[in-house]
Write a protein that binds this ligand. Structure first.
Ligand SMILES: NC(=O)c1ccc[n+]([C@@H]2O[C@H](COP(=O)([O-])OP(=O)(O)OC[C@H]3O[C@@H](n4cnc5c(N)ncnc54)[C@H](OP(=O)(O)O)[C@@H]3O)[C@@H](O)[C@H]2O)c1
Length: 271
């Protein structure tokens, strides 16, 4: 008799997670470690990333290592993926999750702000996906990539009714990376590489905790579920997309945002 239950077992997988040391990325690291994967966490500057990795490895009895790498640096990113492949590999999956925002009125935004946001959210994602795909195409085997985009790829976040959250570089970078995902999915499908995006809504992390209380309350009220998500609520979709259960899923953007959408329109807005 076949075994009962619907399991996803990553015992033979090695997953790289950029920004995997905190926030949503940490929740991804935890989830794939729990599923049995060897995990490579890429971080930029947090002092405790190695400690975070060690604790996670002990908790789930799997190998978890942290690697310092600024994903906006293409050469360093390629080197880091090769190192991970030797240390923990073969790499089988990637969550390109690292992302940053600059919140300022458009008239105050500078070229430096543009490079800061696009350097991580678009170029950094591209560098990470290219480094992973190169490993796989060289060895003639496939892999699965999940890109953390955002619901901001298709909405302009509000701080109050008709008052936008002023982050045009962030929103447009997420629109760009969602389109980048579709191009890569089309280009690499014949290599057995699947590429999808997971677009979170409002999630309680360091990225959102700095906002004023009334803004957070207003934003939560617009969500039919009436609250921000916790990071772990993003993980089910990501784990599915990384797994062989999703073998016919590529080029998709999956919104985990608590909103009700109908034909491109957000159905319920409640302030
Ligand atoms: N929170 C939300 O409500 C929300 C909603 C929609 C989408 N998102 C997206 O979800 C992703 C994670 O967001 P979060 O809220 O969890 O962010 P977060 O708590 O601010 O963490 C950001 C992570 O990205 C890493 N990182 C930043 N720049 C990097 C670089 N140049 N190279 C390598 N790593 C870098 C950071 O590493 P260090 O710790 O070393 O700095 C950190 O691990 C982002 O792409 C974000 O845009 C978030």
């Amino acid at each position: 008799m076949a075994a009962k239950g619907f399991t996803i077992d990553f015992s033979d997988k090695c997953i790289v997670i950029t920004g995997g040391n905190r926030g949503i990325g940490y929740a991804y690291s935890r989830a794939v470690a729990q599923a049995g994967a060897r995990v490579a966490i890429i971080y930029r500057s947090s002092k405790d990333a190695h400690e975070v990795a060690e604790k996670l490895g002990k908790e789930f009895g799997v190998q978890v290592k942290a690697y310092q790498c600024d994903v906006s640096d293409a050469e360093k990113t390629t080197e880091t993926f090769s190192l991970i492949d030797k240390d923990l590999g073969p790499v089988t999956g990637l969550i390109a999750n690292a992302g940053v925002s600059v919140v300022k009125p458009a008239l105050e935004l500078t070229s430096e702000d543009f490079h800061k946001v696009y350097g991580v959210n678009v170029l950094g994602v591209f560098n990470s996906t290219k480094a992973a795909a190169k490993l796989w195409i060289d060895k003639k085997h496939g892999g699965s990539i999940v890109i953390t985009s955002s619901m901001s790829s298709r909405i302009i976040n509000q701080v109050a009714p008709n008052e936008p959250l002023t982050q045009v570089f962030y929103n447009s970078s997420k629109g760009a990376v969602s389109t980048l995902m579709k191009g890569l999915a089309a280009e690499w499908a014949t290599h057995g590489i699947r590429v999808n995006a997971l677009s979170p809504g409002y999630v309680n992390t360091d990225q959102t905790s700095g906002m004023e209380r009334h803004v957070l309350e207003n934003q939560a009220k617009t969500v039919p579920l009436g609250r921000f998500a916790e990071p772990h609520e993003m993980t089910g979709q990501a784990v599915l997309l990384l797994s062989d259960r999703a073998s016919y899923m590529t080029g998709g953007e999956y919104f985990v945002d608590g909103y009700v959408w109908y034909d491109g329109l957000m159905l319920i807005i409640r302030f």
